[in-house]
Design a protein around this ligand. Structure first.
Ligand code: SF4
Ligand code: SF4
Length: 380
């Protein structure tokens, strides 16, 4: 049973002043990543192109989100396979900020006009070359890094490596190397049973400890988002309330709308198969409050990490504690929560408040206000 399906009278559908529209411009993709989350429920490739128009989207925004700052993440499938629709959106919504989430292999085909409008490009890799090519295909890692270098001068936005952290073999050096190529590195712990053997968890903790040590020891800004976010949430807890009303940092319970190519709206991009989570429809011009809400059976409020974590991934919590999927809870949710608590303890060991008090103003400003927090899940 879901905890809150509709907004009570007077309760806002979208919480806060900003809303992210994450548009699945197509569900086609040119890669066949072995773990793609859209494979669940056979979502991938099930819809080729957006069947609603940019004009219908504009009507939806003016009807329901008129008092919000709307920003758009271009998502898929692979969004570079539907360039025509992206151009329509940018023409129709000239004041929006745009973010793109891409596998990076087709970036050389993206028109300069689009690159010039993007505030951020999230480019998926899985760690280093061997692991990335193992999951995504031979040569993908090099291709993606070459493409990122080639578009660097054509986009004013930031380039962010989006790492799904699967392998216990992913090393500190591989993640650290990405900070030399990208403006930010965002990692998310993989949502897959089997990714958290005791050996793999121990190796991930060893890498996390080194990343966190470097964050506090480098003397310059170390742009690894989940560490930035953990430190920010500990040092400046008010920021959690400003961007996601004190709830899950991915905004899934408050101000994130995922729009399928057919215009149907869901709160979480990984649960498009769950029809009971339907939240709205662009063509039908309706939307309700996110049905993916904290539930009394979730252990977050009693958790020592709650003050910086805020429920991390509602999908994982929902599957574990509302759907009571025991395998998911023990093999995915609980190991990830263990890693999050480990991260918090490691950050605490470095006295983040003292570090922040001594940090130069540009570092303090970036930690507090980086725009990247609005384009990814913040917590891992
Ligand atoms: S670590 Fe897990 S239990 Fe704790 S607050 Fe985060 S999601 Fe909830
Ligand atoms: S972090 Fe979890 S709940 Fe949030 S958008 Fe990602 S998969 Fe969905």
């Amino acid at each position: 049973m879901l905890s809150a399906q509709t907004a009570s009278p007077g309760e806002p559908v979208i919480v806060g002043n900003r809303v992210e529209l994450q548009l699945f411009t197509t569900l086609k993709c040119n890669l066949k990543c072995s773990y793609c989350s859209l494979g669940v429920g056979k979502i991938l490739r099930s819809q080729k192109h957006a069947t609603y128009s940019a004009e219908q989207l504009e009507t939806f925004i003016s009807t329901h989100l008129d008092d919000k700052e709307v920003y758009i993440t271009l998502y898929g499938g692979e969004p570079t396979l539907n360039i025509r629709f992206v151009l329509d959106l940018m023409d129709r919504l000239p004041n929006c900020r745009f973010n793109m989430q891409t596998n990076g292999t087709l970036l050389h085909r993206v028109p300069n006009k689009i690159l010039a409008r993007l505030s951020n490009i999230m480019i998926s890799v899985d760690g280093g070359e061997e692991v990335t090519d193992g999951y995504r295909g031979k040569g993908v890692y090099r291709k993606v890094l070459d493409n990122a270098a080639a578009i660097r001068a054509k986009t004013p936005g930031t380039l962010t490596a989006r790492v799904t952290w699967w392998s216990g073999e992913t090393s500190f050096e591989e993640l650290d190397d990405l900070t030399r190529v990208f403006d930010y590195v965002y990692f998310q712990f993989a949502h897959e049973k089997g990714a958290y053997t005791p050996g793999s968890v121990a190796k991930k903790k060893a890498v996390l400890a080194r990343l966190i040590k470097k964050f506090f020891g480098t003397g310059s800004f170390y742009p690894i988002v989940p560490i930035m976010g953990t430190v920010r949430n500990m040092v400046l807890p008010s920021r959690i309330n400003e961007l996601s009303a004190g709830m899950s940092q991915c905004r899934v319970s408050t101000n994130l709308l995922n729009v399928m190519p057919d215009g149907k709206i869901y709160p979480c991009p990984d649960m498009l198969y769950e029809k009971e989570l339907l939240q709205g429809d662009i063509a039908g011009n309706w939307v309700k409050k996110s049905p993916l809400q904290p539930h009394p059976d979730m252990p977050c409020r009693q958790c020592t990490a709650y003050h910086y974590c805020r429920g991390n991934c509602m999908k994982n919590m929902h599957l574990a504690y509302v759907k009571n999927d025991t395998d998911w809870r023990t093999q995915v949710t609980e190991p990830i929560c263990d890693l999050i608590r480990f991260m918090g303890a490691e950050v605490d060991r470095h006295d983040p408040c003292r570090w922040y008090a001594k940090a130069p103003l540009p570092i303090r400003t970036r930690l507090a206000n980086a725009e990247i927090y609005e384009f990814c899940e913040v917590m891992p």
